[in-house]
Design a protein around this ligand. Structure first.
Ligand code: NCD
Length: 326
């Protein structure tokens, strides 16, 4: 295959396992470009990517922007505070106005679940969801899959444990869907107030005790408490959360000694994870960040490159002529 079935990437829920594998293989092929002295190849020359970030972001925004630039696309962006949203413009009007400028891709982060889905109905451009409210964050789940596959060589039959604010985390939702679609078993753990009642419908097992939840885990993913999405405090204090659900050297003694430690960032050191765990040999947190650029390059090229050039090997071969790239 060299195309996704949908024109947009709105969630892992819309992707089939063969499409996920195709994106991961593409990202793997494109990743080498990031190690070249000149990190730029031409396949998206003349294409325009608009980055619409209506919520704070460091990693996701920068890596989408870098991914587009690495592939030679023109990029422009706007944040909520600098846009006409603060003057009362509706999302549909924003969509229509952006469409009138004829971009090829709109990468969108928004505090409201479903906002990129609405946008996709009003534009001809491909829409990539860069995180919508508590719903989904598909590129994060894809980079998580890529990182696990890179370190453990496979995605099927693994035990993945996700600890934290599962209720409000779009990363948790996309990761549960992504890892189960690829054949792994997912366990979620966190304070009862932060676990959705219907989580098992997504295929995840719920365990309330961290030591129990990380036993036999091949991968431990810690998540930030999403205070900005909670109407009221769901835990007595950060300190109490750290005591019962934080990952530290003592809790790790209950885990498989080879378990990978992951976190989508931003980390609250000392809350969901102690600093020594965040920086330990088994932590692959910075690999997640690097793979994020590769996955986003893959998404852009799969959505935009001409069919005969969508074979990522062609992009890489065509553009190099050697180590120095185009
Ligand atoms: C996550 C997000 O925005 O959902 N961060 C990210 O994109 N790397 C997780 C978070 O904010 O805690």
């Amino acid at each position: 295959m060299n195309r996704l079935r949908s024109r947009h990437v709105l969630g892992i829920s819309h992707l089939e396992p063969d499409e996920i594998t195709y994106i991961l293989d593409s990202a793997e092929a494109l990743k080498g470009i990031l190690d070249r002295p000149i990190k730029k190849v031409p396949p998206l020359r003349g294409r325009t990517v608009v980055h619409l970030f209506f919520e704070p972001s460091t990693r996701t925004k920068l890596s989408f922007e870098l991914a587009a630039k690495r592939l030679s696309a023109d990029t422009v962006g706007i944040t909520a505070s600098a846009s006409s949203v603060v003057k009362g413009e509706t999302l549909i009007d924003t969509a229509r106005n952006i469409e009138a400028m004829k971009p090829d891709v709109i990468v969108m982060r928004h505090p409201m679940s479903g906002a990129p889905h609405i946008m996709s109905r009003y534009v001809d451009a491909a829409v990539i969801n860069a995180g919508d409210g508590t719903n989904e964050h598909p590129s994060q789940a894809l980079l998580d899959l890529m990182t696990v596959r890179q370190h453990l060589g496979r995605l099927d039959g693994l035990n993945i444990t996700i600890i934290g604010d599962i209720l409000h985390s779009r990363v948790a939702h996309s990761d549960i869907l992504a890892f189960t679609k690829m054949g792994s078993r997912v366990t979620v753990c966190g304070p009862a107030t932060m676990l959705p009642p219907d989580i098992s419908a997504l295929g995840a097992r719920v365990i309330y005790c961290v030591k129990e939840a990380i036993r036999d885990a091949d991968v431990i993913i810690a998540l930030r408490i999403q205070k900005e999405r909670q109407g009221r405090s769901l835990i007595p204090s950060s300190r109490e959360y750290a005591t019962f659900f934080g990952i530290n050297r003592q809790t790790l003694e209950y885990a498989n000694p080879d378990a990978l430690i992951m976190h989508p960032g931003p980390i609250n050191r000392g809350v969901e994870m102690s600093p020594d765990v965040a920086d330990c040999d088994h932590s692959v947190i910075l690999d997640q960040v690097t793979n994020g650029v590769a996955v986003r390059m893959a998404l852009l090229s799969v959505l935009l490159a001409e069919p005969e050039r969508a074979d990522q090997k062609n992009i890489v071969d065509e553009s190099t002529g050697g180590e120095h790239g185009a």
